[in-house]
Ligand binder design. Structure first.
Ligand code: ADP
Ligand code: MG
Length: 632
């Protein structure tokens, strides 16, 4: 619905018997707005002759004069609003005017005649009539009746209302949700399934209504009353619900406090009423102003409750009730002025549709069941929500094959089964997460391995060094062993030479052990000599070597001595052998010159020489036996 200004109507109350009418005229224009002209004659009572008249003109949607009947007022003012409410929009009709100007008569009606029924009963009748006619939707209707008195809210439908004092009643309070929607706490919503039930509730509320008598009007209310009809509708099978409400508002008298002519308790009431209406006026002024961002709705309870009705999501209508009595002309003019400002306010009613989640659940459940049935029909298999163990194993296998397959065109085909497809995704995700974790683990392992490798490399390096050291030592030992072998060989050679000497072959024996080492050293290269020196110095057995060296020296000395002895014995043997040979030559010469029998007989000289040789040989062998122990 487009933005619309609040429709403002005027209704002139019939004059009472003792009342003197003020001067006014109504220019009723069917096509456009109607005009009410009020003439204020200057008071002659002050003695000044003044023929001047003051004229005030006010435009209204329509003006209902004194004779206008309730049904006409309803048809023109309330029916269009009721229709909007039935269509799902919010609506408000409020009556504004001084006490006794006919607000209650217009909104609720008079009790004397059935035809005096006001807007509320007629609207209820109309709405229930319409609801009955419309079978395309399911409707639910509730009513609430709120009274605001001295800025406090009371539930007029509260069953305790009649029995309790006003102070003891639960107060209705305003709650605002995050979307700035107003909610009224402690205000009951009574369901009314038909016109009669709704009318009974209206009657109950009216009975409970706060009434305060004033000199100006015996039955005038000093409180604001808001009767609300709540309608919700929905098409069968649909989850969309339309909710709308119609506020029918009977405001307290708009007259000034001074005019009431009362004091004490009632004056307090008047002040409050005025204060409340003063805030209403402020809200209306603010709404009529362009570019006004803040509207002071929160200042009073009434403006808070009527927030939507004023400048919001609502089709709002105002009825200015006028008491055209000469004494009340000023008040009538101020009511009209207020109405003119209200007429400037633009409202925009929107359809109040909402989706009921409970209904959506029901709908979806139904849809799921239908789809399941269809699936069974197509596949011929009943499908449970869980996959069987066998199916799970099959899927694991399929996934495994798919992952191993290097062919880029390979596909994981599990058929048109969402449960299986979902399972595959979940399984793949698990696998991916697992591989990520193991990657991380292997990375950390790798790092520790690297550390280990570094350590090992260090150790290896150390071992290599050690090995090199050992190798050096071994090669030194090898050299040493070779040297010892050579030395042994030399000793054996010496022995051989001795043997040979004994057989007439000359031989050389080292003069001392030092000479030997010297000769060993001479035979070695410079590097070997150096290594040999280092080995001799550093080797753990260097002491033993030194001892051995000493021993060796001693043995060599002994060997040398024996060698000399052997040479001496060998010389003696050779000498004795020479003597024997000499004897033989002498004997041969004698045999030639003077052969005799004696020459063939044993020669005692020769025999003696042979005995000597045998003795020397024994000595020789004795020395020779001693020699190996010296060479070792
Ligand atoms: P308010 O509620 O504005 O104080 P009421 O609606 O109580 O005024 O009206 C005061 C008196 O005038 C009531 O007795 C009511 O019946 C009578 N009255 C008001 N308007 C009309 C009308 N249009 N026709 C007949 N009687 C009316
Ligand atoms: Mg009233």
């Amino acid at each position: 619905m487009a933005k619309e200004t609040i429709r403002v109507y005027a209704r002139v109350k019939p004059l009472g018997r003792r009342q003197e009418a003020g001067i006014y005229s109504i220019d009723d224009d069917e096509k456009s707005l109607s005009t009410l002209e009020v003439i204020v004659p200057h008071d002659l009572a002050d003695g000044v002759v003044n023929n001047k008249r003051e004229s005030y003109k006010f435009k209204f949607q329509k003006i209902f004069d004194q004779e206008a009947k309730q049904d006409v007022v309803f048809d023109s003012i309330a029916k269009p609003v009721a229709e909007c409410v039935l269509a799902g929009y919010n609506g408000t009709i409020f009556a504004y005017g001084q006490t006794g100007s006919g607000k209650t008569f217009t909104i609720t009606g008079g009790a004397e005649r059935y035809s005096d029924r006001g807007i509320i009963p007629r609207t209820l009748s109309y709405i229930f009539d319409q609801l009955q006619k419309d079978s395309s939707k399911v409707y639910t209707t509730h009513v609430s009746y709120l009274e605001i008195y001295n800025e406090c809210g009371y539930d007029l439908l509260d069953p305790r209302h009649e029995a309790s004092r006003l102070e003891d009643l639960l107060k209705v309070t305003i709650m605002e949700d995050p979307d700035q929607n107003i909610h009224l706490k402690n205000l009951s919503l009574q369901q009314a399934t038909n016109e009669e039930e709704a009318l009974n509730l209206l009657f109950l509320g009216d009975t409970n209504r706060m009434i305060a008598e004033t000199p100006m009007n015996q039955a005038s209310s000093r409180s604001h009353c808001i009767f609300t009809i709540h309608i919700s509708s929905k098409e069968p099978g649909s989850a969309t619900i339309r909710r709308s409400k119609l506020h029918l508002v009977d405001l307290a008298g708009s007259e000034r406090v001074a005019k009431t002519g009362v004091g004490g308790h009632l004056l307090t009431e008047a002040k409050y009423i005025n204060l409340s209406l003063h805030y209403l006026e402020q809200v209306i002024i603010a709404l009529a102003e362009k570019n006004r961002s803040h509207i002071p709705y929160r200042n009073s309870m009434m403006t808070s409750v009527l927030r939507d009705s004023l400048g919001g999501n609502c089709m709002t209508t105002m009825i200015a009730t006028l008491s055209i009595d000469k004494r009340n002309i000023d008040e009538s003019i101020s009511t009209c002025r207020f109405a003119q400002r209200v007429a400037l306010i633009k409202n925009e009613a929107v359809l109040n549709e909402e989706i009921d989640p409970r209904l959506i659940i029901v709908q979806l459940k139904k849809e799921i069941q239908e789809l399941k049935d269809e699936l069974v029909l197509v596949t011929g298999k009943e499908r449970t929500s869980e996959l069987s163990q066998e199916e799970l194993l099959q899927l694991d296998e399929l996934i495994g094959t798919f992952l191993k397959d290097n062919d880029p065109d390979s596909a994981l085909d599990v058929g048109a089964d969402m449960r299986k497809i979902k399972y595959c995704f979940v399984h793949m995700k698990e696998l991916m997460n697992h591989s990520k974790i193991s990657d991380r683990k292997s990375l950390s392992q790798h790092t520790s391995e690297e550390k280990d490798t570094n350590k090992e490399a260090e150790e290896l390096e150390k071992m290599k060094e050690l090995l090199q050291q050992r190798d050096n030592e071994i090669s030194i030992l090898y050299i040493l062993v070779n040297m010892l072998k050579k030395e042994k060989k030399k000793a054996q050679d010496a022995l051989f030479q001795l043997n040979a000497a004994s057989a007439g072959i000359p031989c050389a024996v080292p003069s001392s052990a030092d000479d030997y080492y010297l000769s060993v050293g001479e035979n070695m290269s410079l590097g070997c000599q150096e290594a040999f020196e280092v080995f001799k110095r550093d080797h753990a057995d260097s002491v033993t070597t030194e001892d051995n060296k000493q021993l060796l020296k001693q043995r060599f000395a002994e060997a040398k001595c024996l060698g000399e002895k052997l040479n001496e014995v060998r010389n003696k043997i050779n000498n004795l052998k020479g003597k024997i040979t000499q004897r033989h030559i002498q004997k041969a010469a004698l045999a030639v010159s003077s052969p005799s029998e004696e020459l063939n007989m044993l020669d005692p000289v020769e025999e003696k020489l042979r005995m000597q040789i045998e003795d020397e040989k024994k000595r020789y062998y004795f020395c020779l036996k001693l020699l190996p122990s010296c060479g070792r």
